[in-house]
Design a protein around this ligand. Sequence first.
Ligand SMILES: NC(=O)c1ccc[n+]([C@@H]2O[C@H](COP(=O)([O-])OP(=O)(O)OC[C@H]3O[C@@H](n4cnc5c(N)ncnc54)[C@H](O)[C@@H]3O)[C@@H](O)[C@H]2O)c1
Length: 228
Amino acid sequence: MKVGVIGAGRLGICFALLLEKAGYEVVASDVREDYIKSLQERSISTNEPEVQQLLSESKNIAFKTGNFDVIKECDILYTLVATPSLSDGSYDVSAVWGVINDIQNAINLGIDVKGKSFIVGCTTNPGDCELFQKQLQPYGVDVFYNPSQTNPGGLYYGRFSPTLNLVDLFEDYSDNGQGRSVPLVTRLDGNENDVVANPVNFDVNKPYKQYDNLSDIFAGKTQDYMLA
Ligand SMILES: NC(=O)c1ccc[n+]([C@@H]2O[C@H](COP(=O)([O-])OP(=O)(O)OC[C@H]3O[C@@H](n4cnc5c(N)ncnc54)[C@H](O)[C@@H]3O)[C@@H](O)[C@H]2O)c1
């Protein structure tokens, strides 16, 4: 299984390198050609601690200009493209639509995307992810929004460990009866929202389901599942 990271900026490059460090095979892409060339040469200009070191040590990560290879090769497509704030307080999500457009272009070129998971890690406006989902659902791509992740011993900064506990992951295929999506069950005590509602008081000793592989959480959440 390969994990794709589309948009290797401040957030994306860190996440991609931590996934690689955790043992995943990663393909990361960006539209900035010079930047990607530099990453391919294992060089980055950043003041983010340890990023240059992680990059220098990385072996199982490929860097690509443009998103085609990520879309073609990867089962999980994280997108962390820029969504800058606009003067009216909303977010400009046109870069995410650009990525969705790339997925559609890949489909037109014969790439089979059925069963791939598209995970939006960007900040978006309410309702955007539903629109992304509507656009991609006919092709069998599942859309997830900002899954919170933790592992024993640390919140968010847990990606050095190949064990990921995904504690609050939403999808939009079934209605909870109030027009909201139903959360995947990732905890054993039913308190799915705790980590998001009050991350300061997050207790790693509370009972979470554990996933040893990033793809496990998405297992069975394919187009067939959605239509069942
Ligand atoms: N940086 C943070 O601490 C932080 C925290 C929370 C949320 N976020 C959110 O995460 C997202 C990414 O933030 P960031 O700070 O990493 O932004 P960034 O501007 O540093 O990186 C975004 C990257 O996406 C690339 N990009 C733009 N369009 C693309 C496309 N169509 N295909 C591929 N790559 C493309 C850009 O070249 C850039 O390298 C934003 O939505 C932001 O709101 C960031």
